[in-house]
Design a binder for this molecule. Structure first.
Ligand code: 0X9
Ligand code: CA
Ligand code: CA
Ligand code: CA
Ligand code: ZN
Length: 548
């Protein structure tokens, strides 16, 4: 499998440097352009005629505009010397009176559906104005260059801190991973606008926090010239060095810099910063997370941190390849892996412990879990593989690649009251209700003639209804070709279609389905019903299991 590694990505930057090269007027980002152009802004005094202006332009300087009898230009030192040789007095302009070192521009026209920081803010403001009962926002701090970092809250009774599991979605630690901003906007719209009962129930029973942009400076810098800069870090200068930026996802305060999973060199793409939380952006979000400790208890139960790319679902720890470590028991590692795999089965990503990709230290997910006991996942979005251009999928991919995560995110929210429930454990210290998992291991042949067969499980002694997140684990042995229709039939006859496979050469089914059986009485006879819809094949229901 082709996987993104730093070696590959850094190599790719050099390879495509011509295509990705900065435009001419990266006016603010002097450190970046210093080597190539060393352009700066100057005023040439006493310029009143076209002849004078042409002479100045003839040196190669870029003319920005006239101002009274002065001409404002962008020029290199060499060009300035030529203009002075023509007899003009040249003075250096002060940088713009701004805390921001780039002129925010925009995505290339072909990618105009992506949101820059101003467009993201405007869209969020519009959703907040339209649904004040469901969503509000607060500024939790500022980036290095002074841009606001906001946290949105989405829930019923949004103005009240209710006793509901809190869930945190974080986005855009890495500047060039713009698709993650679109993921935030997708979730904001889904949670506030969807009329689906499943979504409404989750919004009403959870308190959802979304930090849509952890790295606004880096994101604006990446698009500041009209062509992509391939920038990853924030835009914080490093003392004693002309290299700019800290890798935010190496700057968190858990085993910071411990294990060779980050760099101490300012020029590195994975520079970990001068100290843990040395970047204002990480400090702002870490402080926010700490404010959610109420009465000694962290209210946030779960987190997904969105990145691009590689199509992965990752879980802690990143600093060690060991499955278990201090602060990670076998039960916890199993919970992470089981929920991670369930989510990956819903979005088609590859699930693995994050250190299976490469060792990292000082990452957000290790801190959220190791320090705050928040079940934290990293999603690496589309595409599955590629070079530097993998960070810049065309804007036509925004809708398919954000909606692709809908089921995974909703399932994640469903388990966010108690992630350990996915392995049958409980969270309140009491043992899980006994006898809620039932299995039938008797083989039931599936004839090659479109006739449905059923494997029954009879439940008695269970109280109340089945769960909204019942797991139905199915094992069917089947040969080519695999047109199979598989249903779960509840005791009252309600049919839940699990699989409706058309064509293809897939054969066996070994899959766990999450089914909302919250409206079904648990007691009675449940049936797994299978029907083969194609000729010339054979198989049998091997076993199946239902957790009510
Ligand atoms: O290196 C990273 O920070 C992530 N990959 S990216 O290309 N988006 O930069 C992967 C982090 C994996 N490790 C952990 N999540 N701990
Ligand atoms: Ca386009
Ligand atoms: Ca609420
Ligand atoms: Ca709360
Ligand atoms: Zn990333």
């Amino acid at each position: 499998m082709s996987r993104k590694r730093f070696g590959t990505v850094v190599g790719a930057i050099a390879a495509v440097a011509v295509v990705m090269s900065m435009g001419g007027n990266a006016s603010g980002d002097r450190a970046e352009t210093a080597g190539a152009r060393a352009s700066a802004e100057y005023s040439v005094l006493g310029v009143t005629t076209l002849t004078q202006r042409n002479a100045i332009a003839g040196t190669g300087a870029a003319i920005n505009g006239p101002e009274d009898s002065r001409l404002v230009i962008s020029a290199t030192p060499d060009e300035v010397r030529k203009i002075q040789a023509l007899g003009f007095k040249v003075i250096k302009e002060e940088p713009l009176p701004s805390t921001q070192d780039v002129t925010p521009q925009d995505f290339p026209p072909a990618d105009s559906a992506y949101h820059n920081n101003a467009e993201m803010t405007a869209e969020i403001n519009q959703v907040v104005a339209a649904h004040p009962d469901l969503i509000n926002q607060r500024v939790i701090g500022q980036s290095f260059q002074g841009r606001d970092i906001v946290a949105l809250k989405i829930s019923d009774n949004v103005g009240v801190d209710e006793n509901e599991p809190e869930v945190l979605f974080t986005h855009h630690q890495h500047a060039r991973e713009h698709l993650t901003i679109e993921m935030a906007l997708y979730l904001i719209h889904l949670f506030t606008e969807s009329t689906e009962q499943r979504v409404r129930d989750l919004v009403n029973s959870r308190e959802i926090w979304i930090v849509p942009d952890l790295n606004p400076d880096g994101g604006e810098f990446d698009i500041s010239t009209g062509s992509y800069a391939g920038w990853r870090k924030n835009r914080q200068p490093n003392s004693g060095s002309s290299n700019v930026g800290t890798d935010l996802n190496r700057n968190w305060n858990y085993n910071w810099g411990c294990c060779g999973g980050s760099s101490g060199s300012t020029g590195s793409e994975t520079y970990r910063g001068a100290g843990a939380e040395s970047s204002p952006e990480v400090q702002v979000v870490a402080n926010f997370v700490r404010t959610r400790v109420v009465g000694g208890k962290q209210q946030i139960v779960t987190n997904i941190d969105f990145h691009t790319f590689s199509e992965l679902v990752l879980w802690p720890y990143g600093f060690t390849t060991n499955d278990t470590a201090p602060g990670m028991t076998t039960e916890e590692a199993n919970t992470f892996a089981t929920l991670g795999r369930r989510m990956a089965s819903l979005n088609g990503y590859t699930p693995e412990q994050s250190s299976d990709l490469y060792i990292t230290d000082g990452t957000i997910d290790d801190w959220l879990w190791g320090n705050q006991r928040i079940w934290s996942y990293t999603f690496e979005m589309f595409p599955a593989s590629g070079g530097l251009s993998g960070f810049y999928p065309p804007d036509e991919q925004i809708v398919p690649q954000t909606t692709r995560n809908k089921d995974a995110v909703l399932t994640f929210l469903e388990f966010s009251d108690c992630p350990k429930r996915i392995i049958g454990a409980s969270c309140d210290g009491t043992p899980p209700p006994p006898g809620r998992t039932f299995e039938n291991t008797t083989d039931v042949p599936i004839p090659d003639n479109n006739t449905a067969v059923s494997s029954p499980i009879t439940v008695s002694g269970a109280t109340g209804n089945a769960s909204a997140t019942s797991a139905v684990e199915v094992h069917i042995v089947h040969t080519f070709r695999g047109d199979l229709v598989v249903d779960l039939v509840a005791p009252d006859g309600t049919v839940y279609n699990l699989l409706n496979r058309q064509g293809g050469s897939a054969d066996n089914v070994d899959q766990t389905f999450t089914v909302n059986l919250g409206s079904e009485v648990a007691n009675g006879t449940w049936n797994l019903r299978a029907r083969d819809a194609a000729r010339l094949d054979t198989g049998f229901i091997n076993s199946w299991k239902i957790t009510l």
